[in-house]
Design a protein around this ligand. Sequence first.
Ligand code: SF4
Ligand code: SF4
Length: 304
Amino acid sequence: MNITPLIVDIKRDSHEDGPGIRSVVFFKGCPLRCVFCHNPESQETWFEIAFSGKDCTFCGKCAEVCKSEAIDLALKGRIDRDKCLYCGDCIKVCESGALMRIGEGYSAEALTELLLEDEAFYRSSGGGVTFSGGECASYPDYLEGVLKGLKKKDIHIAVETAGYFDYEVFRKKILPYLDLIYYDIKFAEPKQHRKYTGRSNELILANLRQLMSDIDLIGSSARVQVRVPLIPGITTGRENLTGIAGLLKKAGVEEVSLLPYNPLGLEMLTKLGREPSTLPKAFMKPEDEKEVFRLFQDILGETY
Ligand code: SF4
Ligand code: SF4
């Protein structure tokens, strides 16, 4: 079945998530529920409403148009989400932008066309398009449609994936178009993985092993870079990093990087009316970050 995903955001003129100038497409919907997710607005598949208290002018227009009486200006989060029908009327009248719609629908053709508007920038900078999320690989038919359109123009394509997908479908519909795969590995231990992401990592690791052996086998030119997110006190311990290094060696991974901790998603949890997180609200201190980088470097040296 061809499911059309909602798109959280399309970041144009990005200098991150791959080489050169890129457009980064954030899909909505992810099979994992990482407690440290820095894009929590991309976890659910459906359209959501974010409310930013600091932008609200208390004009009251949202409450006036809400037919289900879900809005109360005295509520800190503004919306009683149990009463909300997600009609979107309040967003349309909120002139200050305090209420925001999260999730827009695009046909595969419309998205491809939009992404190709920046073709000249991709070409002049050695850039391209990166599909991120959420989990873009959860929408193989839709994604294949977009990838085909981009590859016809020989655009460099990267994906960011958590690796929780049906591998055979990924291999057939997505892999043939890829130049770069950012593959997240968070924990070595299945129990730890389940505790912090809601799912075991067995499928993710099996998919990584299969991907590495297939890339050699089919002569794909896709580069695989494993990324390990640094979550202070959760993923940064010696035991976890040693376990990950061992798994990567076994899978034949040659490129790995550490992703510095990003607490920016924590604020979004409140905007979405979800439970606030207990994770640190600040970025890691540079010296702490350096220490973990050094530790991982040593572990890789001992493992490889
Ligand atoms: S989306 Fe509709 S039902 Fe929900 S708070 Fe806004 S106006 Fe009310
Ligand atoms: S319409 Fe927007 S600015 Fe006005 S009260 Fe509602 S949330 Fe605040």
